[in-house]
Design a protein around this ligand. Structure first.
Ligand code: ATP
Length: 433
């Protein structure tokens, strides 16, 4: 029986095997920032590319954009972020540590252990402020975007004018977002710099319920494709008093993370709140005319909002397995093949036998052409290579040995079953596909 994976298991695997490192670690780190290593960046891209393929490339009704991270400060005034994008902050009067009030349990300070030392909560704005250009004046004030959504809304009219899409249609964006979280924690789950994948799906106001239901289905199919088990996923219907004031319905998709059940992504009906705010603040019309009619209105919006890091963490937690092979403990990542950062590893049985290395190089080149993310691995003995590839989730290892030189067959070793099979090189790409 596999034990439940702990946060520590994931953090340590990610560091040891080159997935994710603490940001600026060499200088003592910078809280809430993370750097992706060679395998982490590949896994992250695989997740993001799958999302883009699912929700943009494979659909007719979606348009992609990539807006600037720095935006005119009026964007954030109109959206309400300047005034209300806040979390309640409390300070311990004994040790001056600061905490998010709604994350505290009880009245004891987690840092110094003193009781009843918290001051009154005050509202803390989470946007990172900066100035654009050489003067630090009020007019030059800008922010690192705290969400990608506003870069979509501000391009709504551009997309309509260039493409005349029929309603309903969506605009999608992936990219960095920044929030000065009071206490970043739980590995990459709550970071200060992270990535979002968001869609604003524009609908006729009468059809929002239908579109919302379809998004629920589409989101579940995508999460399934990420390899997340259904019993770890939960839909939380957010009650009215906890929803943003403009939202008529919100579902949080939660996942059983090692730290607790927590929000993976949100699905919200945002009405015409954002486009109407842009109209008011910019004086420009954000309405849509139904083709061939005089019907004009400001579309309503359904917003599925995914966090890349939270998806990635759910993928790692779901894939992490432990078992026993030949009396030895092993841990491995049972990643879906389309997400694995290394699709196939190729090894010569011995690295100091020239004929083996030469033949293995031929096989490597062949597979590299077919699959792209193929790793050459001649480090340590074959058992060690298998363990290492298991730990990073490589579905198959291909080994070239002395028999290969005689009969042009290789060994394919399967990550999940650890079984080995002899296959002709001529059939290798088919077999692995
Ligand atoms: P939370 O309540 O956990 O702070 P939120 O409800 O404020 O999250 P949204 O504003 O709805 O989050 O952002 C949409 C998505 O962006 C979230 O579902 C999550 O996946 C991701 N996200 C938000 N904040 C962070 C963060 N600090 N680190 C990583 N991902 C985040």
């Amino acid at each position: 029986m596999s034990k439940e994976v702990s946060l520590e298991d994931i953090v340590s695997l990610c560091k040891r095997r080159g997935f994710i490192y603490q940001g600026s670690e060499v200088y003592g780190g910078l809280a809430g920032t993370w750097d992706y290593g060679p395998l982490g960046v590949q896994l992250k891209r695989n997740v993001m590319n799958l999302w883009w393929k699912t929700f943009v490339d494979d659909r007719e009704d979606m348009y992609g954009v990539d807006a600037a991270i720095l935006m005119n400060q009026k964007v954030w005034q109109a959206s309400g972020h300047t005034d209300t994008f806040t979390d309640p902050l409390v300070e311990c009067n004994n040790c001056q540590s600061r905490f998010r009030a709604d994350h505290l349990e009880g009245d004891t300070c987690p840092t110094c252990g003193q009781k009843d030392t918290f001051g009154e909560p005050r509202q803390f704005n989470m946007m990172f402020e900066t100035h654009v250009g050489p003067t630090a004046s009020e007019e030059a004030r800008s922010y690192l975007r705290p969400e990608t959504a506003q870069g979509i809304f501000t391009n709504f009219k551009h997309v309509v004018d260039s493409f005349y899409p029929d309603l309903p249609f969506g605009i999608a964006q992936q990219g960095k977002a920044f929030r000065n979280e009071i206490s970043p924690r739980d590995f990459v789950f709550r970071s200060r710099e992270f990535e979002q994948m968001e869609v604003e799906y524009f609908v006729h106001p009468d059809t929002w319920e239908q579109a919302f239901e379809q998004w629920r289905i589409d989101i579940k199919a995508f999460l399934n494709n990420l390899g997340l088990p259904e019993d770890k996923l939960h839909e939380l219907e957010v009650p009215e008093d906890e929803r943003a004031h403009y939202s008529k319905r919100t579902i949080d998709f939660e996942f059983d993370y090692p730290h607790k059940r927590d929000e993976l992504l949100g699905l919200a009906y945002r009405t015409d709140f954002d486009l109407k705010n842009i109209e008011k603040a910019s004086g420009k019309k954000m309405d849509y005319t139904v083709k061939g009619t005089n019907e004009r209105f400001v579309p309503h919006v359904i917003e599925p909002s995914f966090g890349v890091e939270r998806a990635l963490m759910a993928v790692l937690v779901s894939a992490y397995q432990q078992d026993e092979v030949n009396g030895e403990q092993r841990s491995y990542l049972k990643l879906p093949h389309h997400l694995a950062p290394v699709r196939v590893a190729v090894s010569p049985l011995l690295k100091n036998k020239e004929e083996l290395v030469k033949k293995a190089r031929e096989v490597y080149d062949l597979l590299k052409k077919q699959f792209g993310n193929v790793m050459w691995d001649d480090n340590g003995n074959i058992g060690k290579r298998y363990r290492r590839q298991d730990e990073i989730g490589t579905p198959h290892c291909v080994v070239i040995d002395f028999d290969t030189l005689e009969d042009s067959t290789v060994t394919i070793r399967n990550r999940d079953t650890t079984e080995q099979e002899r296959v002709a090189i001529s059939e290798l790409t088919d077999k692995l596909s």
